[in-house]
Design a protein around this ligand. Structure first.
Ligand SMILES: [Zn+2]
Length: 1102
């Protein structure tokens, strides 16, 4: 195998300087959206519906994460820009995958680059009374809390198991990494039946429950004061620790300086006497497979191991009955099962388990269908049994929020979202909630009671009567009532204009760096090779190109031309387009001219010496060109924009890294790009940014384009197409990016049960009004976090959250995707703790920490993370610890990984205290954490780590279900590294293979096709494909990781081989991800627990 040139991790960046200025997450007040043709008209009222919003409602530029004024369920819903006059068309695409970028890489000088060789139901009659209507007894359909220890309800889950873990690092100022040590990371409606309750549930015909299921739980008597949110307020400095002990929870510099000891097999890194030691690592459970998920089982917990599934309705009734009285009535049944964290190392295999689900059986819904509640992959709540009172909410200290990934890419084996086209979309006439599986039928089934605002509404006749067959139909089989996630084909009233076509306008850098690095040629080749896959089912897709150096080049791509014409504009005092037509053309009609351009474009600029770049002007022109329609602007940029409007300075200043002033480098240096993005939002234009610079790229500033338009950022530091790994990575990601289905001109609204208020939103969007998120592009890879609070005590036993995403699918159909999540309400603190989803909490906290870092300082973000952990553990300790347990460090079983996750965040590239992470990389990882869905942010926070030399029989081979079996995960500790071992570590963006010095030559030969350790070349590489079992299995594992990552986040992780005694910066990069170790001044996991115990001890005695 040809060894690639070793990366130059040690290359110094040129010193740069400059100032920050704006918070990239903020839209300045007053920057409301202009009205314009795309002002949202508001939803049509249904029969008796609420009046639509007046057109031209002023925008309300809201800063991200900004606290929002109270808004109750019941606000009329406004929807976005459309123009009248279009017919929906049947059939449509399904959501697509995720998209999360890449990571940074080490700077590599690029000598002698060469142009790359491209890799290249419906009804409508008066309802005849159903035979049993009004005769059935009430169902007692009280939402039961389902607790651990009880058999969980049947809840078929499909798809990929919860993600894996991420990448941190820490160093002392004395032992720093070389600055560039980080290498590049760089329908058809499904039959309504399937989700229906099991046979026997509705023998004959079931009457609709008429009892009011919403019990009014007795008042609580909890205490508890107001919660101090460490992320939103000026924090008092935490007063942990006594003098002389490590105090501030984070890695500042509390520990005595010590030479780095990265590789101490058999010895916990830097353990101190006072630090608890761990026992032996428990044996791992059976190896999970990729994409597998245990069926309807809880991942954790006492007594859950023997959980069974409900097989009959009587079982269900029994259980729901018993639960219905259990905690809703108010008696506490004792605390959750506590785990003493000091007893042993964390059980990291729980990262491979299924996501926790709400403590309610989907069969408690009106249809009793197993698909009645939202799959956590679409929407999950941090708490799966919600505190009933404000007091109880304050007392638990657990962050209350939703994580929504509305347009996620379906993984292999997952059922598509049902698409329905009813004669009428049924919504609550007061709060505009869409009818869903958690409503109740009242008055003999003639009305339905809204589960958000509790108003009763009429049931339309077509729910029970099919005019075509002139027969009765079972309303409980309708997808709206059997599925938590459904997609309606939107009728005319939901449009103000025809659904827009897919429009892709490429803005490509053709300056010297873009050409020399091979970016231009690789990009052109990839677009050319992907043209057949670009969404274009109705032949309406339009494309256009602008190339940029110190001038702008436009291309006349008229289908009537024999070849493309280039129009050069070098007078850039004003933004104008050289011609009004044929710059944006039909992909189908102009296909041959487009292909010709893509084939020639590399040669056209191959001799350029132009180092100028006027990206700002190019974006203005691009916006002008595309704004009458809307669509995607795709920026491919190798050079820092350095001329005209939007010019940026190379401001990187290594002296600022690791200091409080570092944040200035993480904030945009000019408001230009954010302002441009904000003006793009109302015209339904999104901007995706691909950055390839070998030098400073100013991601902090340029990412603003994506942030406010629902776009994405991809980063290929020091891209060099001459290196096949670089070309392959970009080509894979760009090709997936171009060919996946996309949602366009979208708005999203989140509603919640009365009493719950949204307080802040996090993600890439523009907040158009208090709760309306504008998304010119619905990115399948992105999730959105919603912070919530109780504004009044809840009066019912069930809280519901509904997200509606009105969008245009990439085949030109206007659709509304509705996602409903139901979570029981409890007045029992023990239930709150025992139902908390630690992964969702960590994911939400990571987003809040990003925002905190960018609006304040990274140190404040670390402090807030630590403070929140203290808060939660302190709240638990004060309620559930007896005096005899004082020396222990207790957490509920389901939260026992939260300290490890917090430590992972503190050591993550985004937040660790270090002077060695370039600001571009830091900005990039922050941008990723801010939008990644929880499954993916877990991989970044806690990477997965496997021993390749000890693969069991099945690992790396297809299991019984045909999926590749994963090896068991190891703890992220260098204790696991044996000298004769081979290990794989993956963090979502990179894959590392660590090779121990005493590795068996036979293994080296089988894997690398090299005779021995010394002959292995470290660095970015590609494994040879050889005909031996070991090689096949490792390649299977790597291939499967890449397949899943490209689907979930549009990332093709690059492979690095790291030798035990190899290049120090590469070793350091790998070792810094072993977050249980002590590295330099950072705490090891045992030390971290020691610090936590000390801080909590102090809290307890205060
Ligand atoms: Zn309502």
């Amino acid at each position: 195998m040809a060894a690639p040139p070793p990366p130059n991790y040690g290359a110094q960046r040129p010193p740069m300087m400059n100032n920050p200025n704006m918070n990239p997450h903020q839209v300045r007040p007053g920057q409301g959206l202009p009205g314009g043709p795309n002002v949202h008209p508001g939803f049509p009222g249904g029969p008796g519906g609420a009046p639509p919003l007046p057109a031209g409602q002023p925008g309300v530029g809201q800063p991200y994460g900004q606290h929002i004024p109270p808004n109750r369920a019941g606000t009329p819903q406004g929807y976005p820009p459309q123009q009248p006059g279009m017919q929906p068309q049947p059939g449509g695409p399904q959501p697509t995958g995720f998209n999360y970028g890449n990571y940074p890489q080490p700077n590599r000088p690029a000598p002698n680059y060469r142009p790359p060789t491209g890799p290249g139901h419906a009804d409508g009659m008066p309802p005849a009374p159903s035979p049993s209507m009004g005769q059935m007894p009430p169902m007692g359909n009280v939402a039961p809390i389902q607790r651990p220890g009880m058999p969980p309800p049947l809840r078929p889950l499909t798809g990929h198991a919860a993600g894996v873990p991420g990448s941190p690092m820490t160093e002392s100022p004395t032992a720093r990494l070389p600055p560039n040590f980080i290498p590049p990371i760089s329908g058809t409606p499904p039959p309504p039946g399937p989700g229906v309750a099991p046979p026997g549930t509705r023998a004959g015909r079931r009457a609709y429950p008429t009892a009011d299921p919403y019990s009014n739980p007795s008042a609580m008597s909890p205490m508890g004061g107001p919660s101090l949110d460490p992320f939103s307020a000026q924090l008092p400095s935490p007063e942990y620790g006594r003098p002389g002990t490590p105090a501030t929870g984070v890695p500042p510099s509390p520990l005595p300086a010590q030479a780095p000891q990265f590789f101490n097999p058999g010895q916990a890194g830097g353990q101190q006497a006072s630090v608890p030691t761990f026992g032996a690592q428990p044996a791992g459970p059976p190896a999970p497979t990729f994409g597998s998920q245990p069926q309807g089982q809880w991942a954790s917990g006492q007594g859950m191991g023997s959980s069974s599934t409900f097989s009959s309705q009587s079982d269900l009734a029994q259980v729901t009955g018993s639960f219905g009285n259990l905690s809703i009535g108010g008696q506490s049944r004792g605390g959750p099962t506590s785990v003493n964290l000091l007893q042993g190392p964390p059980n990291v295999q729980e990262f491979d388990g299924p996501a926790p689900t709400p403590w309610i059986s989907p069969e408690s819904s009106v249809s009793q269908a197993p698909t009645s509640n939202s799959d956590p992959k679409y929407k999950r709540c941090t708490i799966n049994a919600i505190p009933q009172t404000i007091q109880l909410m304050n007392k638990c200290k657990i962050p209350f929020g939703l994580l929504v990934t509305p347009y996620r890419h379906l993984l292999d084996g997952e059922d598509p979202v049902p698409v329905i086209n009813p004669p009428q979309i049924v919504r609550c006439r007061r709060c505009r909630t869409y009818i869903n599986p958690w409503v109740q039928f009242v008055e003999q089934g003639s009305r339905w009671k809204c589960n958000l605002c509790f108003l009763t509404n009429e049931v339309p006749s077509f729910f029970d009567w099919d005019p075509e067959t002139r027969g009765h139909v079972d309303r409980l089989q309708r997808p709206e009532l059997t599925h938590a996630v459904v997609e309606f084909i939107a009728p005319q009233e939901y449009m103000v204009r025809p659904p827009q076509p897919v429009v892709m306008l490429f803005v490509i850098d053709v300056s010297y760096a873009a050409v020399q690095s091979g970016m231009l040629a690789t990009a052109a080749r990839t677009i050319l090779d992907t043209l057949d896959s670009v969404p274009n089912t109705d032949n309406r897709t339009k494309v256009g190109f602008i190339t940029v150096d110190s001038a702008l080049h436009f291309y006349n791509l008229s289908p009537n031309l024999a070849e493309p014409q280039m129009l050069v504009v070098s007078d850039l005092d004003d933004t104008f387009l050289p011609m009004p037509y044929d710059l944006l053309v039909s992909l189908t009609e102009s296909r041959s001219v487009i292909e010709m351009l893509l084939q020639r474009i590399g040669d056209m600029f191959k001799n350029t010496q132009n180092v100028g770049n006027v990206l700002g002007r190019a974006l203005q022109a691009a916006h002008k060109m595309i704004s009458p329609i809307g669509g995607k602007i795709i920026v491919l940029q190798s050079t820092l924009p350095n001329q005209n409007e939007g010019a940026l300075k190379a401001r990187e200043d290594p002296k600022l890294l690791g200091t409080p002033k570092e944040v200035s480098l993480l904030q945009p240096q000019t408001g230009f790009y954010k302002n441009l993005a904000v003006s793009c939002s109302p015209t339904q234009v999104s901007i995706d940014v691909f950055l390839f610079s070998a030098q400073y790229a100013d991601i902090a500033t340029l990412s603003g384009c994506a942030k406010f338009t629902g776009g994405s950022v991809y980063y290929y530091p020091a891209f060099n197409a001459a290196r096949s790994e670089d070309a392959m990575k970009f080509a894979h990601e760009f090709s997936h990016f171009l060919s996946r289905p996309i949602g366009l001109e979208a708005v999203m609204r989140v509603r919640a049960s009365k009493g719950i208020r949204m307080t802040a939103f996090h993600g890439n969007f523009f907040l158009r009004s208090t709760d309306l998120l504008s998304l010119p592009n619905v990115n399948p890879d992105n999730s959105y976090a919603v912070e919530m609070t109780l504004q009044e005590n809840l009066t019912t036993s069930l809280a519901c959250f509904q997200t509606a995403l009105l969008h245009t699918s990439s085949n030109g159909e206007r659709r509304i995707r509705v996602i409903t999540l139901a979570v029981p309400v409890t007045n029992n603190l023990a239930d709150v703790f025992a139902s908390t989803d630690q992964f969702a909490v960590a994911s939400l906290l990571s987003k809040k920490a990003v925002e905190r870092a960018l609006t304040s300082k990274i140190e404040d973000a670390r402090e807030a993370l630590m403070y929140k952990l203290d808060d939660i553990m302190g709240a638990y300790k004060s309620s559930f610890t007896t005096s005899g347990q004082a020396v222990q460090l207790l957490m509920p079983d389901n939260l026992k990984l939260l300290p490890l996750l917090t430590l992972g965040l503190l050591k993550n590239t985004a937040f660790r205290s270090t002077s060695t992470v370039p600001s571009d990389l830091r900005s990039y990882i922050m941008a990723m954490l801010y939008v990644l869905p929880p499954e993916m942010s877990m991989v970044q926070i806690h990477p997965r780590f496997w021993a390749l030399h000890a693969l069991d029989q099945q690992a790396g081979l297809p299991g019984a279900d045909g999926r590749i079996v994963k090896p068991p995960s190891l703890n992220l500790s260098s204790e696991k590294l044996e000298r004769h071992g081979l290990y794989l570590l993956e963090n979502g963006f990179e894959i590392f293979i660590w090779v121990g010095r005493a590795v068996a030559p036979e293994l080296v030969q089988m894997l690398f096709d090299r005779p021995a350790y010394d002959a292995i070349t470290a660095g970015k590489t590609t494994l040879p494909t050889l005909q031996n079992d070991f090689n096949v299995r490792v390649n299977n594992l790597i291939g499967k990781i890449r397949e899943v990552r490209i689907q979930m986040m549009t990332t093709y992780p690059q492979l690095y081989v790291v030798k035990e005694d190899g290049e120090p910066s590469l070793r350091m990069w790998f070792l810094s991800q072993l977050i249980e170790d002590r590295i330099d001044a950072s705490y090891s996991y045992p030390q971290f627990l020691g610090v936590l115990r000390e801080r909590l001890g102090k809290v307890g005695t205060a």
